[in-house]
Design a protein around this ligand. Structure first.
Ligand code: SF4
Ligand code: ZN
Length: 343
């Protein structure tokens, strides 16, 4: 006998919600999913009427669902937001070029303006070229640091008030676990924040409207809504460490679905003991971007690439920042340590 939707009790249930285990029909699932995102937005006061909001769009499932739901809620609840899509082209042949085609189609489907900023135009390097120089071990460090700054720069060009990204509950829980495993207290404190505005971090405030949305539900939503998204993994392989955290979390979720929420709540409720030393935010001596060191991570990584010393930005070489800032040459011994061989 067909199972009836536990919400409307009229239509046939087509899925069991991964988050609550309720059997729902398609329409009741859509409504529940969208309402939860709306509640997240309202209760955390993520946006103000009249703001321009850039949606970080990669063409993947999370940002495609985010763009779809943001547009829908903006109309349904009259948020009064001006929405646009903001994409970063990392310069990865066979991956990003294809996913950007999806973003361009989304732009047509959602009738939102689109801005693409590329690593090549901002830094003079594509990820393809970076991987050639640094290999496949630390490439995601370069990519992550550059992407963060690229999104900010794109947002500033477009004069957006806020950026929202498609980070979902699984991403946040993974990050909590990773920061616990690394003992990174500063990041652990920040990583569960739904909006960076409260943390005074970043140039353009960022927020995560899908922070409490399970990845499995995002996939179901995109599937039943027949959204147009790109699902191939990056050819330069996902970050290995995050991969372990992800597998661990998926194992926990299989036994107890609330594990994802529980990890997030644990992260949210951790408090840092008084007296624990935290990095002090200043600005980069070269580009003016926020930084807790003399130079921002992006400038150091770039300097390393341009000098053919890619290890400069990997690991701790803060004492060399002064020399770099003053364009002074490094000693031979310093250079030797920073060459690519054992990257
Ligand atoms: Fe960049 Fe690494 Fe992500 Fe590929 S997997 S897009 S290289 S951060
Ligand atoms: Zn800088």
């Amino acid at each position: 006998m067909p199972v009836l939707c536990s919400s409307c009790a009229e239509k046939r249930a087509v899925l069991k919600r991964p988050k609550t285990a309720h059997s729902l029909c398609k329409d009741c699932f859509f409504w529940a999913f969208e309402e939860e995102v709306h509640q997240t937005i309202v209760s955390a006061r993520l946006f103000n009427h009249g703001e321009t909001v850039g949606i970080g769009a990669s063409g993947g499932k999370d940002s495609t669902v985010l763009a779809h739901v943001m547009k829908l809620l903006n109309e349904r609840y009259d948020y009064g937001l001006k929405l646009l899509l903001l994409s970063v082209d990392e310069g990865i042949t066979g991956y990003r070029d294809d996913s950007l085609e999806t973003v361009k189609r989304n732009q047509q489907q959602y009738e939102l303006p689109l801005k693409i900023v590329s690593y090549e135009e901002l830094y003079g390097w594509t990820m393809d070229a970076i991987v050639k120089q640094v290999g496949l071990k630390n490439n995601c460090t370069f990519c992550g640091v550059f992407r963060r700054q690229a999104l900010d720069r794109g947002a500033m060009m477009l004069k957006v008030d806020k950026i929202c990204t498609g980070h979902n509950a699984d991403d946040v829980a993974e990050t909590v676990l990773m920061n616990v495993l690394r003992g990174d207290i500063a990041r652990l404190r920040r990583c569960t924040a739904i909006s960076t505005a409260s943390e005074g971090e970043g140039v353009v405030p960022r927020c995560k409207p899908l922070k409490y949305a399970y990845e499995k539900e995002i996939v179901l939503y995109a599937y039943f809504k027949k959204l147009d998204y790109f699902s191939t993994e990056c050819i330069y392989s996902p970050n290995a460490y995050r991969g372990h955290a992800r597998t661990f979390l998926k194992d926990l979720e299989a036994v107890r679905p609330s594990a994802i929420m529980d990890v997030i709540h644990s992260g949210e409720n951790l408090s840092v003991r008084e007296g624990v030393k935290m990095p002090v935010q200043g600005t980069c001596g070269r580009c003016g971007y926020i930084s807790s060191q003399t130079l921002c991570k992006s400038c150091v990584l770039l300097e390393g690439l341009n000098r053919g010393l890619p290890r400069l930005g990997i690991g701790k070489h803060h004492r060399l920042h002064g020399k770099i800032l003053l364009q002074q040459p490094l000693t031979q011994a310093e250079e030797r340590k920073l060459k690519a061989q054992d990257l």
